[in-house]
Design a protein around this ligand. Structure first.
Ligand SMILES: [Zn+2]
Length: 462
């Protein structure tokens, strides 16, 4: 048998089901020319030894180095690409002040394509180096700069979903930064969708367009109605913010007499491909609605601390069977690392359960609910969970899924993983990776089988 495809011999982990980690132990992974996994063969299978010898004999087997572990690439379900220049700053005021004081002025600068190219190029490079193989991006209101973001994702090989932000409400958006009319918001969105689908370098659909009403306060009813109709027509992804802060949640209740989730549903914006960022203040009936519509939540734990004053009840959402992904919320969350987002998701879930006021006795301090998640849950939500939430065939090592992966080098001197002499169980090893890995440990990053980043990546042209 002559083998056409290449094969990897790998150790690693993935978590197709929440709470359960599967260990890949000297597993053979076949990758097709289209970057899709064609076969996965484990040592327990009868055909394993003969197949391995055959692949090896034909020089098609790449052995991943000792001490290196393969993980699915991270799926960042909430990134504001134009906010990257203010990452780690502007965290001192509430959301409604932050938007006007810092964020709208920064986003308005993306009318300048040279500035956009510099910021977006750096962001994509940094996210890939951090192991984010798929990103769901809010861009800006600008057509040209948003097209450039899609171009750069294709050029650099990042799987991405890109949305031109729609925001046309004259009372809540500044004159210098908004769509000129509801029609401009809707038609601008349609133009971006057409551009991405027709892109000469996007035949494989690596980049997808997203209908992106910023959030209800920034949109008129006419824009929301038009975007809802567009979503129904084209079946594209939809992203927006939902019940992020007390102010945002209260604003929608005042305007419509119903919650964000119910209002978005009324406009036809809640469906299988909808990603709602934050959703901290969703009610029990909102959760039920999300489940019925199969809509997803992007949990952004670090951002919750700065802008929500509350923590999304991830455990409850997972137990209800909602689709949930994890997001950095650059720059509302001051880190571009999905390892950090995973760790923060674990940390804040513990605090949600235990409470945090030391003046209260333990019993009064506690929420009274089991809210904690562990590293297995966080790993799932950051990979396979986010992929399922986005309805994309990535996030796990199985036939039919794209080979989007990262290789963790536990021995990298510039990394932050330190393993000691005692024998590690596999589960414990993954725990150590989740809690202590950083960019310096990410040796290779593949998207659709193509090596695109990592400390051991081949040098790339400029
Ligand atoms: Zn956001």
């Amino acid at each position: 048998m002559t083998l056409k495809n290449r094969w990897l011999l790998a150790r690693g982990f993935h978590a197709p089901v929440c709470g359960a980690v599967e260990v890949l132990d000297d597993t053979l992974i076949e990758i097709g020319e289209d970057g899709v996994i064609a076969d996965v063969v484990r040592p327990s299978e009868e055909r394993y030894e003969a197949l391995k010898s055959s692949i090896d004999g034909q020089g098609k087997l790449e052995r991943l180095p000792e001490g290196s572990y393969l993980l699915p690439g991270f799926i960042d379900c909430h990134v504001h690409a134009p906010q990257y220049p203010q990452l780690g700053s502007a965290l001192d005021v509430p959301l409604e002040v932050w938007l006007h004081k810092y964020t709208f002025p920064l986003e308005a600068r993306f009318v300048d394509l040279a500035f956009a190219r510099r910021a977006y190029g750096l962001l994509i490079d940094d996210l890939l180096a951090n192991g984010t193989t798929t990103a769901l991006y809010f861009a800006t209101v600008h057509q040209e700069a948003t097209r450039l973001l899609a171009d750069l994702c294709l050029e650099k090989g990042q799987r991405a979903l890109v949305g031109k932000v729609a925001m046309d409400h004259p009372e809540n958006c500044p004159d210098y930064y908004r769509d000129a009319s509801p029609d401009a918001a809707v038609e601008g969105t349609r133009a971006l969708i057409d551009y991405v689908f027709a892109h000469a370098d996007n035949a494989s659909g690596l980049v997808k367009p997203v209908i992106t009403p910023r959030f209800i306060p920034s949109c008129t009813d006419a824009a929301l109605e038009g975007l809802g109709r567009l979503a129904q027509d084209c079946g594209c992804h939809v992203q927006t913010h939902c019940s992020e802060s007390d102010w945002a949640h209260g604003y929608v209740l005042d305007r419509y007499g119903m919650t964000d989730a119910a209002s978005l549903d009324r406009f036809g914006l809640l469906g299988r491909r909808t990603m709602l960022a934050h959703s901290n203040f969703v009610t029990a009936s909102d959760m039920e609605l999300l489940k019925v519509r199969e809509a997803a939540v992007a949990h952004c734990p670090l951002s919750n601390a700065f802008f929500a004053g509350a923590v999304f009840p991830l455990r409850a959402a997972l137990e209800k069977g909602l689709h949930v992904g994890l997001g950095t919320d650059i720059s509302g969350g001051p880190s571009a690392s999905m390892f950090e987002a995973s760790r923060n998701a674990i940390t804040v879930s513990r605090m949600l359960e235990s409470g945090v006021d030391p003046e209260q006795p333990a019993a009064a301090r506690a929420s009274g609910k089991v809210a904690r998640i562990d590293f297995r849950d966080a790993f799932h939500v950051a990979t396979a969970g986010g992929a399922k939430a986005l309805d994309l065939p990535v996030g796990q090592f199985a036939p039919g899924y794209a080979f989007d992966a990262i290789l963790i080098d536990c021995n990298a001197p510039g990394g932050t993983i330190r393993l000691w002499d005692e024998a590690e169980t596999s589960d414990d090893l993954l725990q150590r990776i989740i809690f202590t890995a950083s960019k310096g440990n990410i040796a290779k990053v593949w998207v659709a089988g193509r090596e695109v980043a990592g400390t051991q990546a081949p040098a790339r042209g400029v």
